[in-house]
Design a protein around this ligand. Structure first.
Ligand code: ATP
Length: 244
């Protein structure tokens, strides 16, 4: 389980997180929905230990990434907001590099890399250098890097940005499959339809704290709205920074 407890984080005078609390259980897709600047990326970076909260804690199976970063990295896969690829490496080499970082090398490493290449239908690009890769091809490499060590938890920051319909579908199918295998999946988005289509649970974040939480149906019930889009707008109080 991923747990975020009373997280507070400021950058100078800007309060990015203001007492954020929620959890993302195993076998569920949890969507962190909020307008631009709501604090989603700051929250995710804190969970995987790239940022330290001012107060509060973020735990993976009870472990704080600031206390035991190696243990947390073993348990999670990260699809970050900015993924840089090594342009001179092939897709296979990049994925193998991440497998090695997680202690998967030799035959078991090669097998894990090949498995994820097959799962993401990357055969045609596996042995090409990343230079010239399309956005969708880059997304697949980043996703493969995130899941090659079969993490129990997967955290994705705006995963479908810049993707076409086919790539988005591949991504969604994979997330559902991993969810069904028991992975806890937490992803951020400011796109309502994406959250509505994928999530078992939605955590609506505004101004660094939880504005509402529940299944899409529960959020509609809580707000007395029939459409999720209207429910979100009512919860956040504006549709600024949210995309349909
Ligand atoms: N390193 C930083 N230095 C200064 N301010 C920051 C920093 N990182 C985030 N912020 C500020 O904290 C607030 C929350 O930013 P954050 O990136 O977490 O929001 P977000 O919900 O991910 O937004 P978006 O959907 O636009 O990516 C914003 O006001 C942002 O400008």
């Amino acid at each position: 389980m991923i747990e975020v407890k009373s997280l507070k984080k400021s950058f100078g005078k800007v309060t990015a997180l203001n007492g954020l609390t929620f959890s993302a259980p195993e076998g569920q897709i949890t969507g962190l929905l909020g307008p631009n600047g709501a604090g989603k990326t700051t929250c995710l970076r804190t969970i995987y230990g790239l940022l330290k909260a001012d107060t509060g804690e973020a735990l993976i199976d009870g472990v704080d990434a600031n206390v035991d970063p190696l243990e947390v990295r073993r348990k999670i896969g990260i699809f970050p907001d900015k993924f840089g690829l090594y342009e001179r490496l092939t897709a296979r080499e990049q994925i193998a590099y991440f497998a090695t970082l997680h202690g998967l090398d030799g035959e078991s490493g090669d097998a894990a890399v090949q498995q994820v290449i097959s799962r993401l239908d990357m055969g045609a690009i596996a042995d090409r250098r990343a230079t010239g890769f399309s956005q969708g091809q880059r997304m697949k490499v980043a996703l493969a890097q995130a899941i090659v060590h079969r993490p129990k938890h997967l955290i994705l920051d705006e995963p479908s940005r810049g993707l076409d319909v086919m790539s988005t579908r591949i991504l969604r199918d994979l997330l559902r499959e991993l969810r069904d295998q028991g992975t806890s999946i937490l992803f951020s988005s400011h796109v309502m339809q994406e959250v509505a289509a994928l999530c078992d649970q939605v955590v609506v974040v505004a101004a660094g704290k939880v504005a509402a939480q529940g299944t899409p149906t529960e959020l509609c019930q809580q707000t007395g709205e029939e459409a999720l889009e209207e429910a979100f707008v009512k919860i956040i109080g504006t549709d600024e920074g949210i995309a349909a």
